[in-house]
Design a protein around this ligand. Structure first.
Ligand code: NI
Length: 254
């Protein structure tokens, strides 16, 4: 009944994927979306989606990998995106955290991939770190035809409001369960339940009580449960609504 809308099970930290998929199912998670960061990880996600029923994937270049985005690799991203189990272009966006970064190239690559998503009628999965102002300006000036999600949201309530007004979904990750997540809790209170998504971003950012350990999509129920506490509604209800939201945005999910 749970869904992880953003994970990286293509990561080499997942050494026994058959076992991971078993754990995921045992935890009640029936759908996971493996997000691409470059050509290689997207291809890996595609292969996993062909092997495992519950796995879908997104195709794209992460801003930190943007130097690899050439005309040729953009063609590959497009080819992967036509796959029946590719549900989004992502993760794409801006990351001014890890230096050195090439702002111009990141913005150019982001826009190219937004245009690709629009041309293929696909939504986008967006990554934004230390780049709020540029991100919001860019999303305001570029129409996103099939909508998108701000993954692992960590911004303010004001930023969330702008994104919601632009039609975006807000995705909550393990960070929502952290003790010091006061701002994020406020964002979760504020965001209407029909615009919330859940994710793990595994293998990173494991939720409490597994904080500091390797993360896995099997832990997404901890995020859903925390969201339910904040919203003061049942876990079942939140899980059900989040699934509806995910299927609305990522409409290729069966
Ligand atoms: Ni990610």
């Amino acid at each position: 009944m749970f869904i992880d809308t953003h994970c990286h099970i293509d990561d080499e930290k997942f050494i026994d994927l058959d076992a991971t998929i078993e754990e995921i199912k045992k935890a009640g998670v029936d759908t996971v979306i493996n997000i691409g960061c470059d050509e290689k990880t997207t291809l890996h996600g595609k292969n996993l989606s062909e092997k495992y029923d519950c796995v879908y994937f997104a195709s794209g270049f992460h801003p930190s990998e943007i130097k690899g985005l050439t005309d040729k690799s953009l063609d590959k991203i497009k080819e992967f995106a036509l796959h029946e189990k590719c549900v989004a272009i992502g993760e794409i966006g801006l990351d001014y955290h890890w230096e050195p970064y090439d702002k111009e190239k990141q913005i150019e690559g982001f826009i190219k991939q937004i245009e690709l998503a629009n041309s293929l009628d696909l939504p986008i999965s967006v990554h934004s770190r230390d780049a709020t102002e540029d991100m919001l300006n860019l999303l305001k000036s570029h129409k996103i035809k099939k909508g998108g999600v701000m993954h692992c949201f960590s911004g303010s309530r004001e930023t969330a409001k702008i994104l919601l007004d632009l039609g975006f979904y807000i995705s909550f990750a393990g960070t929502l369960t952290f003790k010091n997540a006061r701002n994020l809790v406020e964002v979760a209170e504020f965001t209407p339940i029909n615009r919330c998504l859940t994710e793990t971003d595994s293998p990173y950012l494991a939720p409490v009580p597994h904080r500091g350990e390797m993360n896995t999509p099997a832990y997404v129920p901890y995020v859903t449960k925390r969201l339910a506490e904040i919203k003061k509604i049942s876990v079942e209800e939140v899980a059900k609504q989040v699934k509806i939201n995910a299927k609305q945005l990522f409409y290729k999910i069966k």
